[in-house]
Design a protein. Sequence first.
Length: 271
Amino acid sequence: MKTAIYLKVRQKLIDAALESYLPGENEYPREIHKAMRYSIFTGGKRVRPILTLASCEACGGNIKEAIPAACAVEIVHTYSLIHDDLPAMDDDDYRRGKPTCHKKFGEGIAVLAGDALLTYAFELLTGGRDPAVNNEIIRSLAEAIGSNGMIGGQVVDIHNQVDPDLPTLTYINAHKTGALISASCKIGALAAKAPKKKIDALKRYGEYIGFTFQVVDDILDKEGFALALGVDGARREAARLIAKSHKELEIFGRRAKPLKDLAVFILNRKK
């Protein structure tokens, strides 16, 4: 299956699941539920939850078992975008061509919508059949987005807005963007009840492609690594990371093809 078709099919699957999980926009109190759904359904590619499903498949798991976890990953990602867009953070008025949550609903509701999504993601993760697997998934997601993960990367980013050096850029990229992407892959392996060797391989794969994701962003935006290494240097670094990610997938054989294709998609994306 071609990558574009694979992405489209999986995106529809995730969107349908999110539609069924989230409270309806007419459920009281309406404003918060409208804001949550507005932010979830703004046209994202669903790369992170798709990685969760593809990782589960690579381990021989049933993706139906991974769908709640995949949706939780996307819900957490959306919460982070709502808060990133706030005036106190990146102060963005538009995301994916639409007004950001705080521009549409006001800052107070945007903060609460992000809080509600984050809380709901963990509520969603408590519904699995195996409590031990649930606990590992919850722990992995919490570690990825806490002060030693995504939030830590955001903090360092806030304090290093002007010409950060390469070690600082590396920390920001690995934590602010890479940590959740890496966790997305690990969570898919956990949902498949994979052995530790495969879980660790997918976690490392996720680290490489997560870092690449941000390097490519920097190239497109002409900032960060594109300034520190030059555009050509940043492209070489991204290609090197993707090659390393493919190396981690060797133990999965043919089942890893979607993950290999997704890594190339991340490397070659234009927006």
